[in-house]
Design a protein around this ligand. Structure first.
Ligand code: AP5
Length: 218
C-alpha cells in the first residue's frame, strides 16, 4: 500500500506517518527529514538545501525528485510507503506518477489533513523534539513527564527546528498555498483524495485513516 499525507506545515503529516509506520509496516518517506539529514551531513544536496529550508521556501524539484526516486528503489519500500511532504508541487506529483507507473505500483490514497492556519502557528511554534531519539513534544500539549528528561529514551537534549519560528512559518505557509495546495485538485480529479479533519485528536485522526485504508469508512 502506498499513500501520501498532504497538508500544510504542522498539519500532523509526520505524526501520522510515524504512527502508521509502526502499525502497518509501511515506510515513512519524509523529504523534510531526508533534506535535514543531508544538511547535517554537509553533503552537496545539503549545502544546496540549507538556506532555502531556513528561509521557508521549497527546495528545487530536481533535488527532491532525485532523492525520492533513489529511496523508493530500496528493498524496505517494496511493501509500501507513506510519503510525508512529497509531492509538494505539480511537477513533483507528475514525476511521482511516472515513477510509480514505471515500477508497476499504485497510489492507494492521498490523505489531505485540514487544519486552521492559527492552529498551525500554535503547533509549529511550540514544537520541539528529543535530540537523541527524535521523540516529539510540544510546549502546550505534550511536555516530558519529568522536566528535562525524554519520556522515550531518558535523554536530556532537546532541539527546535531552525524553520519553526513564526516568521519562517508564514513563508512556509505561503509556499504551501501557492505550490502545494493545487495538488488537492489534482488528486481529487484522479479520485485519490480523502480529506480528513486534522484538528481532531491525534489518535482519532489515525483511527480515521486506518478505517479508510481498511475500507470501513462511514
Ligand atoms: P517538512 O519537514 O516536510 O516540514 P513541513 O511540511 O513544514 O511539515 P512539518 O514537519 O513542519 O509538519 P507536519 O505536518 O509533519 O506536522 P507534525 O506531525 O510534526 O519540510 C521542511 C522543509 O524542507 C520545507 O519547508 C522545504 O524547504 C523542504 N522540503 C521538504 N520536502 C520538500 C519537497 N517535496 N519539495 C521541496 N522542498 C521540500 O505536527 C506538528 C506539531 O503538532 C507537533 O508538535 C505535533 O505533536 C502536533 N500535532 C500533530 N497532530 C496533532 C493533532 N491532531 N492535535 C494536536 N497536535 C498535533
Amino acid at each position: 500500500m502506498n499513500i501520501i499525507l498532504l497538508g500544510p506545515p504542522g498539519a500532523g503529516k509526520g505524526t501520522q506517518a510515524r504512527l502508521l509506520e509502526q502499525e502497518r509496516g509501511l515506510v515513512q518517506l519524509s523529504t523534510g527529514d531526508m533534506l535535514r539529514a543531508a544538511v547535517k551531513a554537509g553533503s552537496e544536496i545539503g549545502l544546496k538545501a540549507k538556506a532555502v529550508m531556513e528561509s521557508g521556501g521549497l527546495v528545487s524539484d530536481d533535488i527532491v525528485i532525485g532523492i525520492i526516486s533513489d529511496r523508493i528503489e530500496e528493498p524496505d519500500c517494496q511493501n509500501g510507503f507513506i510519503l510525508d511532504g512529497f509531492p509538494r508541487t505539480l511537477p513533483q506529483a507528475s514525476a511521482l506518477e511516472q515513477l510509480l507507473n514505471a515500477k508497476g505500483k499504485n497510489l492507494d490514497a492521498v490523505f489531505e489533513l485540514k487544519v486552521d492556519d492559527e492552529k498551525l502557528v500554535e503547533r509549529i511554534t511550540g514544537r520541539f523534539t528529543c535530540a537523541d531519539c527524535g521523540e516529539g513534544y510540544h510546549d502546550k500539549y505534550r511536555m516530558p513527564s519529568v522536566e528535562g528528561k525524554c519520556d522515550n529514551c531518558g535523554g536530556a537534549n532537546f532541539a527546535r527546528r531552525a524553520d519553526d519560528n513564526e516568521e519562517t512559518l508564514r513563508t512556509r505557509l505561503f509556499a504551501y498555498y501557492k505550490e502545494t495546495a493545487p495538488l488537492i485538485g489534482y488528486y481529487f480529479a484522479k479520485k485519490n483524495l480523502v480529506t480528513i479533519d486534522g484538528m481532531a485528536d491525534v489518535n482519532d485522526v489515525t483511527s480515521t485513516i486506518k478505517s479508510i485504508l481498511d475500507g470501513n469508512a462511514a
